[in-house]
Design a protein around this ligand. Sequence first.
Ligand code: XMP
Length: 319
Amino acid sequence: DWTMPGYIDEAVARIREQVGSDEVILGLSGGVDSSVAAALIHRAIGDQLTCVFVDNGLLRLNEAEQVMETFARNLGVRVIHVDATAQFMGHLQGVADPEAKRKIIGREFVEVFQAEAQKLPAARWLAQGTIYPDVIESAGGKTKKAHTIKSHHNVGGLPETLKLSLLEPLRELFKDEVRELGVALGLPREMVYRHPFPGPGLGVRILGEVKKEFADLLRRADAIFIDELRAADWYDKTSQAFAVFLPVKSVGVMGDGRTYEYVVALRAVETQDFMTARWAELPHSLLGKVANRIINEVRGINRVVYDISGKPPATIEWE
Ligand code: XMP
C-alpha cells in the first residue's frame, strides 16, 4: 500500500540512480510544479542540483524574495537568482498585442535561462516539473490553447542546444499528489496551494503596453486583494483571484482636489478545470474593503471595479 514517505524514498532512489554523480539544472518559477520538482531533486542529490530563478519583472509582490527565502535559505538549495527586469521591460517597450507580449516573454526567458545554463558546463540534465496531465496533453492532439499555456514553461530546444537529458520526476503524478508531495518535502502550504499564475505573469494583467511603473502599481493592488481574501477566508474558496491594471485614467476626488488616475479591475473565479469559470460572489463588504485599501494605499489608482464576466464568453485573464 502507498504512503507518501515510501513514495519519497522510492522517488529519491530513482533520481539517484538516474543521474549518478551528474549535475542537474532546473528553471525555478515559483509555481507549484517546478517548486516540488526542485525540493524532491534536492532531497535526492543535494548540491548536484542548481536552480535558476529568473525574475522577469512581472512577478507578484515580494515573490523573488519568497522563492529565495524558501529554497535558498530554508531548504539550502543552490539557487541562482537572475534579475532580468530591465531586459524584459526593454523588449516589451512599445508592444501592446497580447500574443506578441507572450512570445517576447517566453523568448527572453529562454535567452536568460540558456545564458545561465552555459555558465554551468558540468550540467548533464535539465529537470522540469512536468506532471501527468502535461504528459497526456502533449501526447494527445494538443489544443492551441494548451500549447500556448505550456509554451512558456517549456524551455524549447534547450535540451538539444545544451546537450542535456530531461529529468522529469513528477511525470506520473496528478496535481493533488504533487501538492501532497510538496508539503511532505517541507514546502510551505501557502506556496503549494497557491492559485495558478500564468507564465507571462503580470505581462498579461497589464493591458496593452507593459511599463515598470504599471507593474509596480499592479503588484501592490494585487497583494492587497490577496491579503484581504486570505484574511476573510475566501482565498481557498476561489480557484484564481488577481488584480488587472487598466491603462485608462478616470477622474476622482481627494480632499479638495481632483485626481486623474488609473483603474484596477479585480477578478476572482471558481472553476474545476479552467476551461469554464464562474465569477466568485465575494461579499460586498469584502470588495468594499479591498477597493478602499487599494485607493487609499496605492497612489496612482483612484478607481476599482469588479469583473462579473463568466468564461465563456470572457476568459479568466484579460489578455
Ligand atoms: P484563460 O484566460 O484562457 O486562462 O481563461 C485559463 C487559465 O490559463 C492560465 N493562462 C496561462 N498560463 N501561460 C500560462 O502559463 C499563459 O500564457 C496563460 N494564459 C492563461 C490562466 O491564468 C488561467 O488559469
